[in-house]
Design a protein. Structure first.
Length: 142
């Protein structure tokens, strides 16, 4: 019985230590202060089944849900076969801009060019909570 009590006591102490650590570590909190907040809709888009060599386009929407200007610092993709551009680099509070994605299915060759494809688009901004947002496109290239 004494050993169980000791183990239980140690577990409780460890629980308090972990709780205290996470409360003591400084971090950015969403405390309602003025700050930008990025939202990209939708999070994914699937082109479905497409022919090899097609150039596909889709436009995502970037919205600033915050109270300060959202600055798009950089956009990048996971593959050179995919390009991306924004309609503007600064988004006022509660405004929306376009994120145009172009995927050239013929830009790759070999066995990796066909079948299920996934490309990630990275959007870096001054959102302190989510400084790098991501969206993904999919396609099945025949």
């Amino acid at each position: 019985m004494g050993k169980r009590l000791t183990i239980g006591f140690v577990i409780i102490l460890l629980g308090f230590a972990v709780y205290g650590y996470f409360n003591a570590v400084p971090g950015i909190e969403d405390n309602g202060e003025d700050q930008p907040k990025i939202e990209i809709r939708p999070q994914t888009f699937d082109f479905g089944e497409v022919e090899y060599g097609q150039i596909l386009e889709y436009t995502f929407k970037i919205r600033n849900l915050g109270n300060q200007i959202l600055e798009i610092n950089k956009v990048a993709t996971s593959c050179g076969c995919t390009t991306v551009q924004t309609s503007r680099e600064k988004v006022n509070p509660q405004e929306e801009i376009e994120l145009k994605v172009t995927y050239d299915t013929g830009a790759m060759s070999g066995t990796y060019a066909k079948g299920n494809q996934e490309r990630i688009i990275y959007v870096k901004s001054n959102d302190p909570i989510n400084p790098q947002a991501e969206v993904t496109i999919f396609a099945y290239v025949k």
